[in-house]
Design a protein. Structure first.
Lengths: 169, 169
DNA sequence: GCCCATTACTTGGCCGGCCAAGGTAAAGTT
DNA sequence: AACTTTACCTTGGCCGGCCAAGTAATGGGC
């Protein structure tokens, strides 16, 4: 076997491994995978609306709150300021969002959904409803509630020490 | 009130909203938030090791499997090929990964963890263990199992029609 | 042997997300 | 009033992730 010459290519730390065992916490793994799949699913539903996953969160918040100071938006969504800035720049360019300086505070910016964006509202809502249903298919109400409850607890855990959790509002 | 002149700045679609109601499925929302927090928590633990969140998945797989064809790696992780290419380029540059052409197939590339990366193994594993514990703090074993089970079901749901699920292997 | 479909990977572009650093304006101190 | 701190936002850089398009090699049909 001349492939034997490639013996130097062995895993190298196989000896250190109990077989098949770098894999860490099962829930963490599952969470990552599920989150990614969920995001992809959201993306598929959203792309027809001209939105990218993540933007719908922001829009929902704007539809709910009307004109808001950008700082409040950032706090409410608990995102990095720079992230929000860029998202808003793109959403503004596509015409779903309008920004104007806050007359009362020349540092601040007021953000609001444009009239044009309102046509999206229904679609986004139904997309999310469909996503929710797709996600939870085959789970009975009790299981759904339990999942929501457990996710809530986990969120609480991860929020602690991570600082700046929106729930702290 | 001169702010009245800004009346045109109203939410614009408030009328269309049952109050406070663009918000979609509660589980989907929770899932997004939890996933983000989880990723951030992972990032904090990983940055000390010189890894970015996501890379540890790849490394774990490599540690488990030894030298692998990149195509298999892609299939196993169920990621976009281009994503894996870039991650590998970065990991190669930081010295955690080695790539060489597959002698049996000149299109293919064999990937493996370097010896140097082996020192990470322990740390990554403990980081994930700690992450898992942090994530699940306050959940008793039954709840943990239930969460894992429910996430599994959800993953199954989201996999269907999304094609190319690793579980299908 | 030739041609075409398939497979394997790369490149470039874009988005969400983070951090770090910068600039401007408001608020607090002295 | 002048100075310092704090708040608000932007810019630039980087990473994971996706898609679309492109190159190169393999393999199947004829």
């Amino acid at each position: 076997m001349d492939i034997d010459s490639a013996a130097a290519a062995e895993p190298a730390c196989t000896e250190l491994l109990t077989p098949g065992a770098a894999r860490g916490g099962p829930v963490s793994h599952a969470l990552s995978r599920v989150a990614r799949l969920h995001r992809i699913a959201a993306g598929r539903l959203l792309k027809d609306l001209g939105l990218y996953p993540g933007q719908e969160h922001l829009m929902m918040h704007l539809w709910d709150s009307g004109a808001v100071r950008q700082a409040d938006l950032i706090k409410a969504m608990d995102l990095d300021p720079s992230t929000v800035t860029k998202m808003l720049q793109r959403l503004e360019q596509t015409g779903y969002v309008r920004r104007r300086p806050d007359p009362d505070d020349r540092r601040a910016v007021l953000v609001e959904a444009t009239d044009g964006s309102c046509s999206l509202l229904t679609d986004v809502r139904s997309a999310w409803a469909s996503l929710e249903e797709h996600t939870l298919a085959g789970l009975d109400p009790a299981e759904r509630a339990e999942l929501a409850r457990l996710l809530g607890k986990v969120e609480g855990n991860l929020c602690q020490e991570t600082a700046g959790c929106p729930g702290t509002l």
